[in-house]
Design a protein around this ligand. Structure first.
Ligand code: ZN
Length: 240
């Protein structure tokens, strides 16, 4: 049994297709989605419907939340807010209802998934450092938890103290806890423009990070054609 962990797809159809094709090659049998299926890029309907076809657990991201409701936007960069406004108009009432009803946290098999943090998932906090990770660990009841939101793949390990580092492959060891960011499928921000996702092999108890190149020029053209902010398109080339 091997899970693909898909985080922050952000309406990037080309990146999602590349990742799903790669997951097939990796022998993935199951999927889980860390939220923010929509927002930023120009294919929210296509991405949401494709993810729903996977019939996998999905947790709610902040963009999913704000695209699903009509409430005023809090804590959003003006560019992201512009795209939320546009996305609200693309989605059907049924699709917005679906997003509105997603859980903040899900337990899947032996692990947990959340978009932001386990301590206050509805506050959309970011886990970048050990202190933030430790606050989340206090609420983590499984040995392994995957999270998203920062768009930066990073792994925290807790024994008597918290350690942090970049990762490509991690063996999940007994008696320790792990909080692992699977990176972003549709808008990486670690300086690598390739789509990111993680796999979790439940037999080997091993997490692996994958990077998949895709033609972001097609995604950029769709962003321009939709009249969305130019910065949303240019950042895909730099992975920032
Ligand atoms: Zn996001």
């Amino acid at each position: 049994m091997k899970y693909a962990i898909l985080g922050d797809i952000h309406a990037n159809w080309e990146a999602l297709c590349a990742v799903l094709a790669d997951a097939k090659k990796q022998g993935v049998t199951h999927f889980v989605c860390l939220g923010d299926v929509v927002g930023y890029n120009a294919s929210p309907v296509e991405c949401l419907e494709r993810v729903r076809e996977l019939e996998c657990p999905i947790v709610k991201g902040n963009h999913d939340h704000y695209c699903a409701i009509d409430e005023e936007l809090e804590g959003f960069h003006p560019i992201a807010a512009d795209v939320v406004d546009w996305t609200r108009k693309q989605l059907s009432d049924e699709q917005r209802h679906f997003l509105a009803n997603l859980n903040y946290v899900n337990r899947v098999e032996t692990f947990t998934v959340v978009h932001s943090t386990l301590d206050t998932p509805e506050m959309w906090g970011y886990v970048f450092d050990k202190l933030e990770a430790d606050a989340s660990f206090a609420y983590q009841t499984t040995s392994l938890c995957f999270y998203g939101h920062t768009h930066v793949p990073l792994a925290f390990e807790k024994t008597d103290r918290v350690r942090v580092g970049l990762y490509s492959k991690i063996k999940i060891l007994l008696g320790r806890r792990y909080l692992i960011n699977a990176g972003s499928v549709g808008q990486p921000r670690d300086g690598d423009p390739r789509a990111a996702y993680a796999t979790f092999d439940l037999i080997k108890n091993e997490v692996e990070l994958h990077r998949v190149p895709y033609d972001f020029r097609i995604t950029q053209k769709k962003i321009h054609d939709a009249g969305l902010p130019n910065r949303v398109a240019t950042r895909l080339a730099s992975g920032r």
